[in-house]
Design a protein around this ligand. Structure first.
Ligand code: ASP
Ligand code: MG
Length: 412
């Protein structure tokens, strides 16, 4: 008897009718003889509403109370789905994070899962029950307080539960029918991928694809959880398989580039004419890191006089004001001449494990973008991806250009 985890996102449980549809998917797997743990998100829009209420009450809120509030959305949907399943004659029981328990760190609002004890879920399976687990939440045991895993965290709950109970696979049901070569709203010729490797999915999620929370892919990769992204809007009696996220070796037809991701959540900062001497980079990036500002792309230019240099780097848009403020205040200490910033930028990335064994993949992109008149502000590369920072206005043009360049367009 195989074990499965089925995860349903907010749009899939948006109202009672949809919850009934979810239950029909669950019934199909139960009738096929599986032991099923279902992980649910809050109803769509609910978490945003709860976060809004928290902000209304307190600007600099206590993160423990934020978690007490926002964890409630999943409590509701887990209970409702258990009720609907029971009405269908399927034994089911809801589980809050603390009841299992799903143990986490105490980083309230973005806690990390430290361990899941499968004993209670196993006992439920032995009684023939479907376990309906509230996603997104856990417990910090020393304090006994509820925690949440960061926005989109119920993906992570699902994969972690799958690893803990030794599930054969984890099915993530969502409002799209799989993982695409890029966002189909930007490139209508985007293709659905049948399979994508853990590593590529991790890069795609980190570089802007919003299908899965990054942390969920990390856990799937470490524990080798075969994870499917599939649609909850399929006919429950006749579902399509979606996209399988799996080990690279399972993918026979490997492309050089598998997908194009983009993120508009970027900002560029440039320091002009800083001293060209040891310790300057440390004096800039050390304090930024200390205030939890993540720096991504970094370019340092060697200037003609060998005494000064220019330094450009990117941060997340949300950190931009804070980073600029930091740097302004420390102008004398760092010793730069001018500080410049831009938020009208986008980072576009091409991802593919095939880049390991093919030379000149990025060079082709630079040429193609140049031919379209797209100016590149910054470039970074790593083993299986490269990214370019360009003006936001050129997002669509650049994504489409790269998508065609690497043969990702679907046949007309
Ligand atoms: N409801 C939570 C959120 O919106 C968790 C999730 O849906 O994954 O972020
Ligand atoms: Mg999600």
């Amino acid at each position: 008897m195989a074990r499965l985890v089925m995860k349903f996102g907010g749009t899939s449980v948006a109202n009672i009718e949809r919850i009934r549809n979810v239950a029909a998917h669950v019934r199909r797997e139960v009738q096929a003889g599986h032991q099923v743990a279902v992980v649910v998100s809050a109803m769509s829009g609910k978490t945003n509403e709860l976060v809004g209420w928290v902000n209304d009450c307190s600007k600099l809120y206590d993160a423990r109370e934020y978690d007490a509030v926002v964890a409630s959305g999943e409590q509701v949907t887990s209970g409702l789905l258990a009720l609907v399943l029971q009405e269908m004659g399927i034994p089911a029981r809801s589980w809050q994070g603390w009841q299992i328990p799903i143990r986490t760190s105490d980083a309230h609002g973005s806690a990390r899962i430290e361990g899941i004890d499968p004993a209670a879920l196993n006992e439920g399976f032995a009684r023939g029950e479907v376990a309906v687990v509230a996603g997104f939440q856990g417990v910090h045991e020393p304090s006994g307080r509820v925690t949440t895993l960061g926005r989109g965290g119920s993906d992570t709950s699902a994969v972690a539960v799958a690893a803990a109970i030794g599930a054969e696979r984890c099915d993530i049901y969502t409002d799209v029918d799989g993982v695409y070569t890029t966002d189909p709203r930007v490139v209508p010729k985007a293709r659905k991928l049948d399979k994508v490797s853990f590593e590529e999915m991790l890069e795609m999620a980190s570089l802007g694809s919003k299908v899965l929370q990054v942390r969920s892919v990390e856990i799937a990769m470490v524990h080798k959880v075969r994870t499917f992204v599939r649609s909850s809007f399929d006919d429950p009696a006749n579902p399509t398989p979606g996209t399988l996220i799996c080990e690279e070796e399972e993918i026979v037809e490997q492309q050089v580039v598998t997908g194009i991701a983009f993120s508009k959540d970027e900002a560029q900062i440039t320091l002009r004419r800083i001293a060209d001497k040891p310790g300057v980079a440390a004096s800039i990036f050390g304090p930024l890191a200390d205030s939890n500002i993540n720096v991504d792309m970094i370019i340092q230019v060697v200037s003609g006089d060998a005494r000064t240099t220019d330094l450009t780097f990117t941060v997340q848009a949300a950190d931009y004001e804070r980073a600029m403020d930091h740097l302004r205040k420390r102008q004398a200490e760092i010793g730069y001449e001018a500080l410049q910033g831009a938020t009208d930028v986008v980072k576009i990335s091409a991802i593919g494990v095939g880049m390991r064994s093919h030379a000149g993949v990025a060079a082709r992109a630079f040429k193609a973008l140049a031919e379209k008149g797209v100016n590149i502000r910054a470039i970074t590369t790593s083993e299986i991806k490269f990214s370019v920072l360009i003006d936001k206005d050129y997002t669509e043009l650049a994504v489409r250009t790269l998508h065609s360049l690497y043969g990702l367009d679907k046949a007309a």
